[in-house]
Design a protein around this ligand. Structure first.
Ligand SMILES: Cc1cc2nc3c(=O)[nH]c(=O)nc-3n(C[C@H](O)[C@H](O)[C@H](O)COP(=O)(O)OP(=O)(O)OC[C@H]3O[C@@H](n4cnc5c(N)ncnc54)[C@H](O)[C@@H]3O)c2cc1C
Length: 445
């Protein structure tokens, strides 16, 4: 990933490496948005908390986000209605709407200057409006004032748009910088092993009553088996100058749909989604370039970058106890490219569980939830991918293999990276690890 607009001119002060043995109430693995928000809530509740970060604060996928703080997560409410009924729609909408307000409250309370703005979020289609009509009905069951309209700031002709009012956006790294200030964080401290209450890095260890995996894709395979029920998807962002500055943001639901948000100076255009490790057919920026030529031919490209997120078969994150066998471990993952509000939701659920304020978990986010009939397709598709990609390991092949579980890697020429099609680990051309679940570099001969 090259530099995102958020990383420019923003230095988060460096923290020490862990080089001692500590005892604490809670150890959080990962200082992205999910880890820092959880750390902040536990710190506010008075718990002694240590955060261990493999690299730098915010250096994971959070630096590549487009930072739309919204409860409008694609066509999630139609899916929820099918899989979990009205109660599921209500829980998800309620938790994610509350998350938007929670951001505003924290930002006001801590006087954080992070360009937080209220605005509306829209889904749009240039095809038949029926899918959006169904999504509007489902979202209203969750108490959201979803409104169908054709009135948007978009330059192209659309068939329909679905508006959620009173959503928000911000600068994610300005927020992380301020929120992380009072927290005890160790950087360049990759966790290599977790057993019971012990968390080990190369140069130190932490004994903790509770351990939170906020490390994006959990790197421990068993227990939990998250490698069987998640994959990663990449998306590509162009930031352009001299294009329209939108007040609200937009997400296209068609196959060739793009997302649009402005950051005050630039228009950020996102798209080109694919399963990490999938072989490219065209440039991942093809759709972005086409739209620029059509509507903003005089614009100039200010930045381009890509990032990836963990996808679950039913589209709902896994938030709660890591596994049946590890009652003091917690997980926050599978945000499906909607990690701004879902990080807030996970920090609230996990903090309540640690404080003993949560009922036995029965919500839609439960990591060991049953596979719903209509989500089985997603599980089967993912298992098929895993089997075909893994079989290439058993059959003769010339590829480099992933140190996580041995899947043959593919080369992404646009990014200059090796990528794992099974679970989404990434390595640079020299074999250095860029993203997990793999935890080791690649040996490139
Ligand atoms: C292109 C793109 C655009 C997006 N736009 C939006 C958006 O507009 N709105 C929205 O809601 N969501 C969006 N998302 C999703 C959102 O960015 C992510 O869900 C979110 O940033 C994930 O945060 P995280 O804290 O879980 O992960 P990360 O930010 O990746 O943090 C995990 C941290 O754990 C660390 N780590 C990993 N392994 C270890 C280890 N062994 N020891 C110690 N530390 C470790 C990593 O270094 C990393 O810093 C987008 C995603 C993409 C790909």
């Amino acid at each position: 990933m090259s530099e995102s607009v958020w990383e420019r001119d923003l230095l988060i002060p460096e923290r020490n490496k862990l080089e001692e043995t500590l005892k604490t109430d809670v150890c959080i693995i990962g200082a992205g948005l999910a880890g820092i928000l959880t750390g902040y809530m536990l710190w506010e509740a008075g718990l002694d908390t240590v955060i261990l970060e493999a690299d730098r604060i915010g250096s994971g996928q959070t630096r590549g986000t487009t930072a739309k703080i919204t409860s409008q997560h694609g066509l999630i409410y139609s899916k929820l209605l099918k899989n979990f009924g009205k109660a599921g729609v209500w829980q998800y909408a309620d938790a994610n709407e509350a998350a938007i307000n929670a951001y505003e409250k924290i930002i006001q309370k801590e006087h954080i200057h992070c360009d937080f703005l209220r605005c509306a979020s829209y889904l749009y289609t240039t095809k038949s409006p029926e899918i959006l009509e169904a999504e509007a009905k489902a979202a209203r069951l969750g108490g959201i004032s979803a409104e169908l309209t054709q009135n948007t700031e978009l330059p192209m002709d659309i068939e329909a748009a679905l508006k959620f009012p009173n959503q928000a956006m911000f600068h994610p790294l300005k927020f992380l910088k301020a929120l992380s200030e009072p927290l005890r964080i160790y950087e360049n401290s990759k966790v290599l092993k977790v057993t019971g209450q012990k968390v080990e890095t190369e140069t130190g260890r932490v004994w903790a009553k509770h351990i939170v995996f906020a490390c994006h894709f959990p790197f421990i395979n068993v227990p939990g088996c998250y490698f069987m029920k998640m994959y990663q998807e990449r998306s590509y962002v162009l930031a352009v100058q001299n294009a329209t500055i939108f007040k609200n943001y937009y997400y296209g639901i068609d196959d060739d749909g793009l997302s649009f948000r402005s950051d005050g100076k630039n228009l950020l255009i996102g798209g080109g989604n694919h399963r990490t490790g999938a072989k490219p057919v065209d440039s991942r920026y093809k759709l972005h370039r086409e739209i620029l030529e059509r509507f903003w031919p005089d614009c100039s490209i200010a930045a381009c970058w890509s990032a990836q997120d963990c996808m679950t078969p039913d589209g709902i994150p896994y938030i709660g106890r890591f596994s049946k066998k590890t009652p003091n471990w917690y997980v926050a993952t599978g945000f499906g490219k909607w990690g701004m509000t879902n990080s807030m939701v996970s920090s609230k659920i996990i903090t309540d569980m640690i404080l003993g304020q949560a009922e036995i978990q029965k919500d839609v986010f439960y990591p060991r939830r049953e596979v719903c009939l209509s989500a089985i397709g997603g599980y089967v598709k993912n298992s098929f991918h895993l089997l075909t990609d893994f079989s290439k390991y058993i059959l003769p092949h010339n590829n480099k293999t992933c140190p996580h579980m041995g899947c043959p890697l593919t080369w992404n020429p646009e990014e200059g990276t090796y990528e794992c099609p099974c679970h989404g680990s990434r390595f640079d051309s020299e074999g250095r690890l860029l993203a997990g679940p793999a935890q080791k570099d690649l040996s490139v001969k």
